[in-house]
Design a protein around this ligand. Structure first.
Ligand SMILES: Nc1ncnc2c1ncn2[C@@H]1O[C@H](COP(=O)(O)OP(=O)(O)O)[C@@H](O)[C@H]1O
Ligand SMILES: [Mg+2]
Length: 247
């Protein structure tokens, strides 16, 4: 176990017990701390040199808010000993990516219910563009689907160059403006939500490469309007059913 000290406390993580594959921005390890359940501790790839004088303000941005569809951040920042950056979260049961790999595709109601939960998460943090919304960043925690990694892409973007950020992004869910290296807006997250809807309903994301450059051209050329339409219709049906069952 490695001990780290961040602004809110001391935490331990096991560098030999990595959760999932390394993502674009870091690697996640099993962790623990006194009076907490199982933790997931993310070690960011950002070098202390690049991020000098930048605070990882996630905890301040997200802590203390009543967020039902966003994974809570217990602590975040630079460890005084190693100088590396960490984000401490409760450990979730599984990701939506795991769910997709297990089930192949979901039925309309199941997909719509998850999309509504992700949309609620986005609505809970309107002041931060996520920038890297994708099934691996949607986690089942306390039986609720919640968005993880809010603000991490922004921190990396501020700490490095847009070029670096582009290399870190998940090609499959990146919006055209991200390929054009323009700043992300809230529409960037809605684009990713549309791609997630497509993946949940069909079992495959809308754009599949295989080359990195294929994603950029395909997503810039093809309108996802019809695909989003299908997801939107499912969500609308779901909302109608929810309302009907409530009366
Ligand atoms: N709080 C958490 N609880 C459980 N698993 C997590 C948690 N945070 C991230 N993971 C999983 O750890 C793996 C690595 O996550 P991450 O570094 O964010 O990469 P990415 O999201 O790009 O796959 C992913 O499989 C992700 O679903
Ligand atoms: Mg992630």
């Amino acid at each position: 176990m490695e001990k780290i000290r961040l602004s809110r406390g001391e935490w331990s993580y096991d560098p030999n017990d990595q959760i999932g594959r390394s993502g674009g921005f870091g690697a996640v390890f099993a962790g623990k701390a006194e009076s907490h359940g199982p933790l997931a501790i993310k070690r960011l790839h950002v070098s202390a040199h690049d991020a000098a004088h930048r605070e990882l303000r996630l905890a301040e941005d997200l802590a203390g808010k009543e967020l039902s569809h966003v994974i809570p951040i217990l602590d975040a920042g630079q460890d005084a000993n190693s100088n590396q950056y960490f984000v401490v979260m409760p450990r979730a049961d599984k990701s939506l990516q795991d769910e997709l790999e297990q089930s192949g595709r979901l039925d309309d109601d199941g997909a719509a219910e998850i999309l509504v939960q992700i949309a609620r998460g986005l609505a809970e943090v309107p002041h931060i563009v996520h920038r890297d919304l994708k099934p691996a960043n949607v986690l089942l925690h306390d039986n609720v689907w919640k968005i993880a990694d809010f603000g991490i892409a922004r921190f990396v973007e501020e700490s490095t160059s847009l070029n670096t950020l582009k290399r870190c992004l998940t090609a499959t869910y990146a919006a055209p403006e991200q390929w054009r290296m323009e700043r992300a807006t809230p529409a960037t997250d809605l684009y990713a939500l549309g791609c997630i809807g497509y993946a949940l309903l069909t079992g495959q994301p809308p754009f599949q490469g295989p080359e990195l450059s294929d994603f950029g051209t395909a997503s810039a050329r093809n309108s996802t309007a019809t695909r989003r339409q299908s997801a939107t219709t499912s969500v609308a049906n779901y909302n109608a059913a929810e309302k009907t069952s409530a009366v």
